[in-house]
Design a protein around this ligand. Structure first.
Ligand SMILES: [Zn+2]
Length: 266
């Protein structure tokens, strides 16, 4: 039985309990194709037995079948728009490889999983990470510095890895955060497509915003694959970036202390 297109669309957009609303329409198409007027007196009656009425006429099965068809089509369209293993295979082919050879057969799935991890920082909220702070720091207003925090990121210009370490320091103003929180904060911003300069300032600003210390300092040293492996090859060369906020900008003694701690190699 054919449903009129307009009607089918309306039916498809309705939840089952909304069948009743449909029946309140003054005109309905019947299986034999003629049009009838549903009188108000009959509407309540029809609504009460809505599902049964549909089932009896075979409409319900038709609607379900049509809905399944549309869902399948929609899922298919969504699949087509999503980046999938198929696209990684295309990339391998584009690079001159044979994606079906033994060594590469599982590569698309592995790469997909790896990139989910390398970009998992987009799902993390710095406010959430820094929400829990520890009390008991009211009297402590000395510089706290954590060195050697691992940084693994990807440059947004080449999608190439850059990696190294971060030093994060701050002078508390009544609140201190667990040291592991600083590592997680660095991870939250580094597991995104980045440039090192922005990464540095984002970490500093997040700490300043959510913990409100008197000062914040961040120094990051990284080696960039895109620089080292091509162009002017300078293996082992580090890029150093820093961001200083609050008293770190005005207090020369504090700044010198932080930068000297950040400079010392482990
Ligand atoms: Zn790059």
């Amino acid at each position: 039985m054919a449903l009129r297109w307009g009607m089918a669309r309306r039916v498809l957009s309705c939840a089952q309990q909304e069948w009743q609303c449909l029946l309140f329409q003054p005109r309905m198409e019947r299986p034999h194709g003629t049009w009838i007027n549903v009188q108000p007196a009959r509407r309540a009656d029809l609504a009460r037995n809505a599902d049964a009425a549909f089932e009896r006429s075979g409409w319900l099965q038709d609607v379900h079948a049509t809905r399944t068809l549309f869902q399948k089509r929609r899922d298919h369209i969504m699949d087509e728009n999503n980046f999938s293993e198929k696209d990684w295979r295309r990339l391998l082919r584009h690079l001159g490889e044979d994606p079906s050879r033994q060594g590469l057969r599982d590569t698309p799935a592995r790469v997909d999983k790896a990139w989910r991890d390398w970009t998992s920082g987009y799902d993390k909220d710095p406010a959430e990470i820094l929400k829990v702070f520890e009390d008991g720091a009211e009297q402590y207003n000395e510089l706290i510095v954590v060195r050697g925090i691992p940084v693994y990121s990807h440059c947004e210009h080449h999608l190439a890895p850059f990696f190294g370490t971060a030093t994060v320091g701050y002078t508390p103003n009544g609140k201190i955060v667990g040291l592991s929180k600083l590592t997680r904060l660095v991870e939250c911003f580094s597991k995104r497509l980045q440039v090192q300069e922005r990464l540095t300032i984002q970490i500093a600003e997040a700490l300043m915003t959510h913990v409100q210390p008197l000062s914040v300092g961040v120094v990051i040293r990284c080696r960039h694959m895109c620089m080292e492996s091509r162009g002017i090859q300078t293996p082992g060369e580090e890029t150093v970036t820093s961001a200083l906020l609050g008293e770190m900008r005005t207090n020369l003694g504090l700044r010198t202390e932080f930068l000297s701690l950040a400079r010392e190699k482990d």
